[in-house]
Design a protein around this ligand. Structure first.
Ligand code: FAD
Length: 392
């Protein structure tokens, strides 16, 4: 049996970010991944862009991957949030907030690849290609992970085990952690939009009767990506729409704010919300989508996972300084308590609790407005009060 300090299951965006974030601790880290090497080659076919908040970019700079990504990044200089048929809109701008950009849009493939290559270059981090994880035995003083790989069965001991294996997490089940799931059959349809003019680095979020339209500016200045979140009823209604009908709907929806010349559907994703009943157990932590999966309407899933990564890293470093074991349940519970505070504010907004957001400015914090949530303290406080049910 090999001794290891931290074992991470999953070399996705969150697993690799945690490994890199922990590099300054010099702990030994081993990542088990069941899609190696495909996650790197396949990610190049995943052309969907991902939007990173201002806070996420700061973290990516700190862990050494931003230099590689910056050349593909499109800055978001303003966010425009509005509702069709309702008067008024809300905008946030980088100038107002006195920051270079509210956030950035990067290709998913480049982000995954930059994180993977930077992780692989670290001396204290190794990757192991596995086929499956069969059993996880967690105790107060460590975890044993039993897995299958091409060379047969193996087991490995970790002081701390991190399950970063995504929404359908096998590890969450093996750890015996229940989760709640809300699956109403909603879908995210992805379209590439061609504009007749420059997008001016503006992102849009438009609430319509046929779903939420979230539009991100892309590196090419006359191209944008639309994530259109729809219910099954809307999906049925638009199923036989021609390309021209879709285009006309989008043009009408934006009422001249965006001069869309063409819209081409590139992908679609089934959506569900999942939330683990708890995020820590003896010597183990659920991280990223395995702990919580939210709708992409707010472009926040990875941003939230990355915030958890920072909180976990800080908690581990604090434990090491105080000569505490990193698997001490009180340490892990401290992490969970800290992470949940941030998660709750984001869940509250993304889980479609729209009636609570009547105030125009608070309403603007829905969705893409969240890109700037970490920059707007008075509003954040108002939102927190409302979340706690103490808003006047
Ligand atoms: C349409 C869409 C648009 C989005 N846009 C945004 C956006 O703009 N901004 C944003 O912040 N977020 C966005 N997200 C969310 C974001 O993509 C996810 O939150 C993020 O990818 C989750 O990362 P993860 O590492 O937790 O999980 P995953 O990316 O799912 O990675 C899990 C990894 O674990 C591996 N794995 C699985 N099972 C095992 C096992 N048993 N053993 C070992 N390895 C295993 C997988 O192969 C994978 O590599 C979007 C999501 C969707 C669907």
């Amino acid at each position: 049996m090999t001794e290891n300090k931290i074992i991470i299951a999953g070399a996705g965006l969150v697993g690799t970010s945690l490994a890199l974030s922990l590099k300054r601790t010099e702990l030994t880290i081993q990542i088990l991944e069941n899609h190696l090497p495909e996650i790197i080659t396949q990610s190049h076919h995943n052309t969907r862009p991902i939007s990173l908040s201002y806070g996420s970019v700061r973290t990516l700079k700190a862990i050494g991957v931003w230099d590689e990504l910056e050349k593909f990044a499109c800055p978001i200089l303003s966010v425009h949030v509005s509702e069709k048929g309702k008067f008024g809109f809300t905008t946030f701008s980088a100038t107002e907030q006195k920051v270079p950009a509210l956030g950035y849009v990067v290709p998913f493939s480049q982000l995954q690849s930059a994180l993977y290559h930077q992780t692989a270059a670290q001396k204290n981090i190794t990757f192991t290609a596995i086929e499956s994880i069969e059993k996880i035995k967690c105790q107060a003083n460590g975890a044993i992970i039993y897995f299958h790989s091409a060379s047969g069965k193996a087991e490995i001991k970790a002081d701390l085990f991190i399950a970063a294996d995504g929404t359908h997490s096998t590890c969450r089940n093996l750890l015996g952690i229940a989760h709640s799931e809300k699956n109403e059959g909603d879908i995210a349809q992805i379209y590439q939009l061609q504009l007749s003019e420059n997008h001016n680095h503006t992102a849009y979020e438009r609430f319509t009767k046929l779903g939420v339209l979230a539009v991100l500016p892309l590196f090419e200045k006359n191209k944008m990506q639309l994530v259109w979140t729809i219910t099954p009823t809307v999906a049925k209604k638009i199923a036989d729409w021609s390309d021209d009908t879709v285009l006309k709907f989008l043009q009408d929806s934006f009422e001249g704010r965006l001069d869309i010349m063409a819209a081409q559907k590139s992908a679609q994703f089934p959506l569900k919300i999942t939330l683990a009943e708890k995020q820590v157990t003896e010597s183990a932590v659920l991280l990223g989508n395995s702990a919580h999966t939210i709708y992409p309407v707010a472009a926040q899933g990875f941003n939230l996972g990355l915030r958890d990564v920072t909180i976990l890293t800080d908690t581990i470093i604090e434990a090491l300084k105080n000569k505490k074991n990193i698997n001490d349940l009180s340490v892990l519970k401290k992490y969970e308590e800290r992470a949940k505070k941030n998660q709750e504010a984001i869940f509250f907004i993304t889980n479609k609790l729209t009636p609570l957001f009547d105030l125009p400015l608070i309403g603007g914090l829905r969705g893409l407005g969240l890109l700037s949530i970490d920059l707007i303290n008075p509003l954040k406080n108002k939102l927190a009060k409302r979340t706690m049910g103490v808003a006047k």
